[in-house]
Design a protein around this ligand. Structure first.
Ligand SMILES: Nc1ncnc2c1ncn2[C@@H]1O[C@H](COP(=O)(O)OP(=O)(O)OP(=O)(O)O)[C@@H](O)[C@H]1O
Length: 252
């Protein structure tokens, strides 16, 4: 079953159309890597899936629910803010810049969502948060503040924080682009583990090696449209489209 299905997604900013009819499908447990040149619309697409942008045309469903809408009596009604928050809860997002709360420790960053949003008892949430920090290799850093952590460690806290909300879908928007090269591997390792555990993921990345190793499908977005998609072994080794070949020749 598809966990994410996008059909004919169009998005304009002012007079410029940055998504021009994007179709995309992600099955439960699959990893899809979204590749393409700067300005292609990759972040915008992720933001549309996660309610951070509204789309002008087309539709996105996550877990059978139309994003931003509720189906009642065979008709779609726009969601109220409260219900948007509920729909978003099932989606974890990790950004290029880790976006941690600067005055809270790693543990407090991870505990915050489950306590405040999910209403979990503090003690239970703290126990789970410690386990999640351990899972991303940061058990020793629970009491450190973001400024005391490296970029790679901060990003791993951000991943733990997203996982604490028990998401059924994880969106990654260039999670390693802001990191020093020697810290990229430790974040990718956590993402590889997540993929192996069966997490459904859409990953915007320029890490072709990650896409080759982990993706079930690679989708190339150029100028707001999908130009080519398929299994990494085929698309990365033997691209059919000239625009895909051009892009790959620059990043490989
Ligand atoms: N809030 C906004 N207002 C106006 N234009 C925007 C906005 N957000 C994005 N854009 C424009 O939409 C286009 C697509 O941007 P987007 O960030 O989605 O591309 P991208 O493929 O993720 O690029 P990159 O790899 O550089 O992050 C760009 O031309 C960008 O300038």
């Amino acid at each position: 079953m598809s966990l994410v299905r996008a059909v004919g997604v169009r998005k304009r900013f002012g007079g410029t159309e940055v998504l021009r009819g994007v179709d995309l499908e992600v099955a439960q447990g699959q990893v899809v890597c979204l590749l393409g040149p700067s300005g292609a619309g990759k972040s915008t697409f992720l933001r549309c899936v996660n309610h951070l942008e509204t789309i002008d045309e087309g539709r996105i469903w996550v877990d059978g629910q139309p994003v931003g809408f509720v189906e009642r009596g065979g008709k779609l009604h726009e969601l109220r803010e409260r219900d948007v928050a509920r729909q978003r809860r099932g989606i974890g997002m990790v950004f290029q810049r880790f976006n941690l709360f600067p005055h809270r420790t790693a543990l407090e960053n991870v505990v915050e969502g489950p306590v405040r949003v999910l209403g979990e008892p503090k003690r239970e949430a703290a126990g789970r948060a410690r386990a999640l920090l351990e899972r991303v290799g940061l058990a020793e850093k629970a009491d450190a503040y973001p400024h005391q952590l490296s970029g790679g460690q901060q990003q791993r806290v951000a991943i733990a924080r997203a996982l604490a909300m028990r998401p059924k879908l994880m969106l990654f928007d260039e999670p390693t682009s802001a990191l020093d090269p020697e810290l990229v591997g430790e974040v990718l390792e956590v993402m590889v583990d997540l993929a192996r555990e069966g997490m459904t993921m859409i990953v915007v990345t320029h890490e072709i090696g990650f896409a080759r190793q982990v993706a079930d499908e690679v989708v190339f977005l150029v100028d707001g449209a999908v130009v080519e998609s398929g299994p990494p072994a085929r698309v990365l080794e033997n691209p059919r489209e000239q625009r895909t070949r051009q892009f790959l020749s620059k990043v490989l």
